[in-house]
Design a protein around this ligand. Structure first.
Ligand code: F0G
Length: 359
């Protein structure tokens, strides 16, 4: 019989705070593929592997944290959960709350979340409010609500989220047999950067690895508070998932960088979109813009001579491209792809694609 992956709480039960009293709310998240990327290895001289988190049940890495956060919320008797979100957290919270049979409430910045994510939150039954403000404003409200009303906060300021998300590092180590030399990852609120570091540190402490990877995190130029060293009041980037000006896990992320001899860099929107196309066209993986920033970061750091030849590099791509598909239709010159229309005619189709008949 085929083994079915049991979700991260069961697969890593011995490394998480789950007991027989914890109701396991799972959609089978985790167990995502670590895909060798020869095209990126050729471009960089490193051995590059992509951790494709778009393969999770709601299409992003948030599911790893949400299975833990919602399971613990239900264990503690919560009837409603709340989160602020740029889209993926709300999609995931809504889905896991639906499975658990509790209410989800989500606050998103008005007009600034991708259509696929909005659709997910609605279809899973979330009470969704669009706030006339940015993500940082939404998180402030969610924090205050959860402090004063009977709603349980499931943003990554909740440590259960970080705990669930650290399992991605365990999976990388399980596949490679050791930690990589470098790990590349997008940064918004910096919760995931913190979570991966925790996972790699725990693996090192348990003797499952011989080293810690250097953790390289990337923010968009218009939303790069950690790189700049100060909050950004009006963050702006086409990578709406990481359009964040005041990351909640800022201090934890700085500590994680220091622990791993890591790095934070900023990438322009146009470079993000180029990387998205390279990953899709040369490796066959379609990710949303926020996720492509880790690939862009790898290409930029390799060009800067920071990545030694043959280094083992893992790159997390956090969310599926189908969540925000408009960017896939955008051509390099900025215009929109307009596929040629042809008649129901073999010769016309052959002609349109430049095929000559066999002699
Ligand atoms: N990539 C994607 C696709 C995301 O949705 C997020 C965060 C990140 C990267 C950054 O992760 O915040 O842990 O540094 N999205 C949150 C949300 C903010 O509401 O969905 P982080």
């Amino acid at each position: 019989m085929t083994h079915q992956w049991q979700g991260v709480l069961r697969e890593y039960a011995d490394r998480l705070d789950v007991t027989d009293a914890t109701p396991i709310v799972t959609l089978g998240e985790g167990g995502t593929p670590l895909i060798p990327a020869p095209a990126l290895s050729r471009r960089t001289g490193a051995q590059v592997h992509i951790k494709f988190e778009g393969m999770n049940p709601t299409g992003s890495f948030k599911d790893r944290g949400m299975t833990m956060a919602i399971s613990k919320a239900v264990e503690h008797g919560a009837k409603a959960v709340i989160c602020a979100s740029t889209g993926n957290t709300s999609a995931s919270a809504a889905a896991y709350a639906a499975y658990a049979g509790i209410q989800s409430v989500v606050l998103v910045p008005e007009g600034k979340i991708a259509m696929g994510k909005l659709s997910q939150a609605i279809v899973h039954g979330a009470r969704l409010l669009q706030v006339r403000g940015n993500f940082d404003d939404c998180l402030q409200i969610a924090r205050e609500l959860s402090a004063n009303y009977p709603v349980h906060l499931v943003n990554s300021v909740n440590n259960d989220r970080i705990e669930g998300q650290k399992t991605a590092s365990f999976e990388i180590v399980d596949v490679l047999g050791d930690a990589p030399d470098f790990h590349f990852i997008p940064v918004g609120n910096a919760g995931n950067y913190t979570a991966y570091t925790r996972g790699f540190v725990e693996d090192a402490e348990a003797g499952r690895t011989t080293r810690l990877p250097r953790m390289f995190g990337f923010q968009a130029v218009g939303a790069a508070p950690i790189v700049l060293g100060h909050p950004v009041k009006d963050p702006d980037t086409i990578a709406t998932a990481i359009r964040i000006g005041n990351p909640a896990s800022w201090e934890l992320a700085l500590a994680a960088r220091d622990t791993t001899n890591g790095y934070f860099g900023a990438i322009s929107d146009s470079t993000i979109l180029e990387a998205q196309k390279i990953l899709a066209a040369e490796v066959g993986i379609f990710v949303e813009p926020a996720s492509a920033i880790s690939v862009a970061g790898l290409l930029e750091r390799a060009a800067a001579g920071v990545i030694p030849a043959g280094a083992v590099v893992t790159v997390t791509v956090t969310g599926h491209g189908l969540k925000d598909p408009q960017w896939g239709l955008r051509l390099a010159d900025g215009s929109e792809a307009k596929p040629t229309v042809v008649a129901v005619d073999v010769a016309a189709v052959a002609d349109a694609i430049g095929l000559k008949a066999n002699a």
